[in-house]
Design a binder for this molecule. Sequence first.
Ligand code: AMP
Length: 423
Amino acid sequence: MARPDFQTLPGTRDLLEPDSGRVRRLVDVFAEEADLAGFGQIVPPLFEDVGVFVRLGEASDIVAKELYAFTDKGGRDIALRPEFTASVCRSFVEKRPLTPWKTWYAGPNFRYDKPQRGRYRQFDQVGVEVIGTHDPEVDVELIALAWRFYQRLGLTDLTLLVNTLGDFAERPVYLDALRGYLEANTADLSEQARTTMAVNPLRVLDTKRPGDAEVAAGAPLLVDFLSDGAVDAWMQVQLGLDALEVPYEIAPRLVRGLDYYTRTTFEIISPGLDAAQNAVGGGGRYDGLVAALGGPPEPGVGFALGVDRTLLACDAAGAFPPTDRPVDVWVVATTAGTEALELVEELRRGGLRADRSYDRRSMKAQMKGADRSGAVVALIVGEDEAAAGTVSVRTLRGEGRQAPVERSRVVEHVSELVRSLES
Ligand code: AMP
């Protein structure tokens, strides 16, 4: 086949059935869980004033390197959404809904990232945010929601990592200690870690490079610097997870890329993914973001799960398989009239998934189409049937029986037949 003039851009893909249907089902499962927990859906715009995302922190990779930002025809500096949290907080500040405000979302994000397996430039997330409460029990409920969702997908081999990042009050003291330690050990750090250290020393802690990891392993831990309030909240989170029987591992070096994270932070990793991007999802508290966007000092907590990576993890675990949804009925009509048109319309109105051949093909070609479609029943209308006011009903599974049915009874008859053949 000749190379087409256009192909999808790097890091983007067409999702076709059955993969597209699988994403839809995944979002349905997530929506059900979020709905059970009292969340309402938010559908924010795909692009916003670039400032909404820049407030996430100019040192973060998302803002510094990965933003799809441009100036529109009206001279506005805008960016495609790289994540939902900032948009949710912007919406909160703009609309001021009653707190605690609980909202869930699903949809694509855009990051100019290096494309590879599990890392795309357009990728889907599902997630939730709660704005307006410090209660650590919310953190627990959210983690449990993510965990139950994965269990419903059949992903039982995941690991939940939790940590606390403390409050803003203790962070400068801790960062000083961390910087002091890293500076004393710069000789053993890679060039990249040294650069990271200068902009965001916390990030050196979750490095994946073996040499840097060795240095990180000896670094002072934030947990030793926590204020009484932060210690209390951290204990409540652990007690809550124990009470709900959500298994977790404490990961004292787990940090997140953005500056606005505080207290609880967590990540869910899958053994089925490459180590460099084995997180299927993560989240935590961000008690400074709403204020950073010009709002009141309301705390927030949430998580985002990567849909694409979750499905890769499902593939590796043989969970939540894609399902073909063939039509129920295939209409084969060889008459010159509008019999096929009317019949498929009636079947569809009757709740049956019906399809047909086009271009007035031969009976043989149409029957081939019926077989290929995966339909359980073919309805045949030739000149004889049309004259007699009947339709020949042929089962396409098992022995393949064929019998005439009165035209006026066909939808009812086929509905029963499909039900009995599928059960
Ligand atoms: P983040 O918003 O960076 O905390 O990401 C949350 C989740 O979204 C990650 O755990 C991944 O599963 C997913 N994710 C983030 N970036 C990408 C990407 N470029 N491609 C695919 N999935 C991603």
